[in-house]
Design a protein around this ligand. Sequence first.
Ligand code: R5P
Length: 303
Amino acid sequence: MKDFLLFSGTSNRPLGTLVAKQLGKKLSDIDITRFIDNECRVWIKEPDIDDRHIFVIQSLSQIADQNLVELCLIGQALKTLKARHVTAVIPWLGYSKQDKEFRKGEAVSAQLVVKFIEAAGFDQVITVELHSENLIPFFHIPVLELSTHELLTGCVGGNNGHIVVVSPDQGGLSRSDRFAAFSKHPIVHLSKIRDVKTGEVTITGIDGSVKGKTVVIFDDIINTGATAIRSSEFLKKQGASFIIFLSTHAVLAGDASQQLQKSPIDRVIVTDTIAIPKQKRSSKLTIVSVAPLLADAIKIIIQ
Ligand code: R5P
């Protein structure tokens, strides 16, 4: 493995530290502070950047705007110090839900976020489970998207004959189909509608039976928790005996954690692409780390 450096922004340092550990390295020295008016100030303290291959890990989690600016400042500083190749490792690409104009006049925010990242000088992006294929054409630099299917499937465990994968909505259909094929379980699909103004979610139908089954709902994001909660209520009424909700990115906005805890879901399994504070953890929640995935991707790029 060739020489490289790994920096972490402030949004998910526990994950940055785990990735460094997997790679047998220490995180490189950086000082990230805020001026009294909250503007971000980045100072690369590592002395030897010139001509090095560098990875910067930063999730664009809450507050996404601040974490994005921080990432861009790190990229710009590294490029000014003449780093040879800088890869942004963005486990959760914030703003990725805004990948199209849902109503005339709405910003396609994800597209501009990618432009910011490119303008900062990054040469490549590694990310995890993108929200949709719409995002790929926004990138003009190479983007490596890692899948969490294997990681999450491994958490579901035995009882295989009784498992049915559930796709929670039309948007996630191809993702859930791939997951079901990968995990070798049958799949049923829910129909979901979401009110664009209120965000309210309604499950309107299902194309198969879940009676007496362990259902594994597979989604990319838990944001407000509405999809998870409404679909679990629906599946319970359809006779599902045990409900597992798998999701790569635990945004857990507002009181989503408390609502999930009260819902008919038996287990919620997510990854650490987003740092989850203690107050958002609950007895139903299991967090698996994507650190080995990210470390393997870095090893492949660097070899
Ligand atoms: C929808 O397209 C996504 O795949 C997720 O289902 C959605 O973002 C989850 O959001 P919430 O938790 O607010 O229902």
